[in-house]
Design a protein around this ligand. Structure first.
Ligand SMILES: NC(=O)c1ccc[n+]([C@@H]2O[C@H](COP(=O)([O-])OP(=O)(O)OC[C@H]3O[C@@H](n4cnc5c(N)ncnc54)[C@H](O)[C@@H]3O)[C@@H](O)[C@H]2O)c1
Length: 270
């Protein structure tokens, strides 16, 4: 594997699991030293130890990304421990279902806090360090749910839509600091977040029907795009929101005419 990140330091939130862990593995394999932040102390410490038992190339900080002081302190500590910060991946996130009339205000606040406030806190803490390093890359995990609406996902749609547009503002405001800011917008990816859904047979059927590629994505398939956005290969990519969704957002949501036509008598159907 190439060493695009040799000499650089990457900070990743939500690093203990799923897309964050896959990205830590990928950036680490390409030479980055890693600051891993997560609420999950056991998972985060285990990953840091697995990636580098000496603690020189990977270290874990327990942080609730919804708490501004915790994010600020860990970001400063990581920059001090490694001597610089070059890449910041604001990725931690949670989901919650509910239509607006039934969504309780505490759930709404928690989702907005963990999924959107966290990105503001992360960037607020990181930009001075990236500027000090002469520039760098911010990648935010939004979602295809930040680009379109979903049935029953009001708070998540609002938060991820906010991440998409905050990404664009950051891209404008800090381009001349040498900081590129982009978002990755995953579609359905098999991680701890979505695994419970895969136990509901009707939802598995819907995934198979509605995802053009016919399967959920893997966390490492998102990590590859994160690594691209973090790297010099993306040196002129700024303010982009890149979908990694197997084609889900290509679709208007209209009926599947091909399937209907195939099912007609004399058209290869019955
Ligand atoms: N899996 C998908 O289908 C999918 C699709 C689109 C977007 N996303 C987004 O990708 C990101 C990563 O999700 P994932 O699928 O890898 O899920 P995951 O549950 O596997 O990983 C999320 C990680 O974030 C951590 N976390 C949760 N709340 C936190 C907090 N308050 N402070 C610090 N860490 C916290 C968890 O401990 C966990 O390690 C999220 O922002 C999610 O919204 C996921």
């Amino acid at each position: 594997m190439s060493k695009r990140f040799e000499g650089t330091v990457a900070l990743i939130t939500g690093a203990a699991s799923g897309i964050g862990a896959a990205s830590a593995r990928r950036l680490g394999a390409e030479g980055a030293r890693l600051a891993l932040l997560d609420l999950d102390e056991a998972g985060g410490s285990a990953l840091a130890k697995e990636l580098d038992p000496s603690g020189e190339r990977a270290r874990f900080w327990r942080v609730d990304v919804g708490q501004r002081e915790e994010v600020g302190a860990a970001t400063d500590a990581a920059a001090a421990a490694f001597g610089r910060l070059d890449v910041v991946f604001n990725n931690a996130g949670i989901g919650a279902y509910g239509e607006v009339p039934d969504l309780d205000p505490d759930t709404w606040r928690r989702i907005l806090s963990v999924d959107l406030d966290s990105v503001y806190y992360g960037c607020r803490a990181a930009v001075p360090h990236l500027r000090a390093a002469g520039g760098g890359a911010i990648i935010n995990t939004a979602s295809i749910s930040g680009l379109h609406g979903d049935y029953g996902l009001a708070a998540y749609n609002a938060a991820k839509g906010g991440v998409v547009n905050l990404t664009r503002t950051l891209a404008l405001d800090h381009a001349r600091d040498g900081i590129r800011t982009n978002a990755v917008c995953p579609g359905p990816i098999e991680t701890a977040l979505t695994r419970p859904l895969l136990e509901i047979p009707s939802l598995v059927e819907e995934f198979e029907r509605n995802i053009p590629m016919g399967r959920l994505g893997r966390a490492d398939e998102v990590a590859g795009v994160v690594a691209f956005l973090a790297s010099e290969d993306a040196s002129y990519v700024n303010g982009a929101c890149i979908v990694v969704d197997g084609g889900v957002t290509c679709w208007t949501g209209q009926n599947n005419f091909s399937r209907a036509l195939r099912a007609m008598p004399g058209e290869g159907g019955e």
